[in-house]
Design a protein around this ligand. Structure first.
Ligand SMILES: [Zn+2]
Length: 125
């Protein structure tokens, strides 16, 4: 049986993220962060998402690779690669703890191109 999970990475391959299955839907938001980074988000339970640093980078400090960015109302931490700069995922701070977001851009486009993209008006929230 084919593994339905998806594995994606940042551009340089330092950060790998594995999810158990494609999301039921993906969101494209018009807030300033999503617009400027080209973010398209999928959501999973945090315990279902595996975040790894490449073995090629095992001599690097993990904190130099997984770099946090917190802004605005501090509801989430957005993580990006400290080497190539790709935003990869976000984790909740005060946002509900039962979900986290992953940037769908890190996965192969063919893996999720069949999933409808919902436009979200985050700029107005
Ligand atoms: Zn990278």
């Amino acid at each position: 049986m084919k593994d339905p999970g998806m594995k994606g990475s940042c551009h340089c391959g330092a950060i790998y993220i594995t999810v158990p299955q494609p999301p039921s839907g993906v969101l494209q938001c018009n807030c300033s962060h999503c617009t400027k980074t080209g973010w398209i988000g999928g959501y999973w339970r945090p315990d279902a998402v595996t975040i790894e640093v490449s073995k090629d980078r095992s001599n690097d400090n993990r904190d130099d690779i997984l770099v946090p960015y917190v802004q605005g109302d501090k509801t989430i931490t957005v993580w990006h690669c400290g080497i190539c700069g790709c935003p990869t995922h976000w984790t909740p701070i005060t946002a509900p703890p039962d979900r986290m977001g992953v940037n769908m851009r890190i996965f192969g486009p063919h893996e999720w191109s069949h999933i409808p993209v919902t436009q979200v008006d985050g700029a107005s929230l």
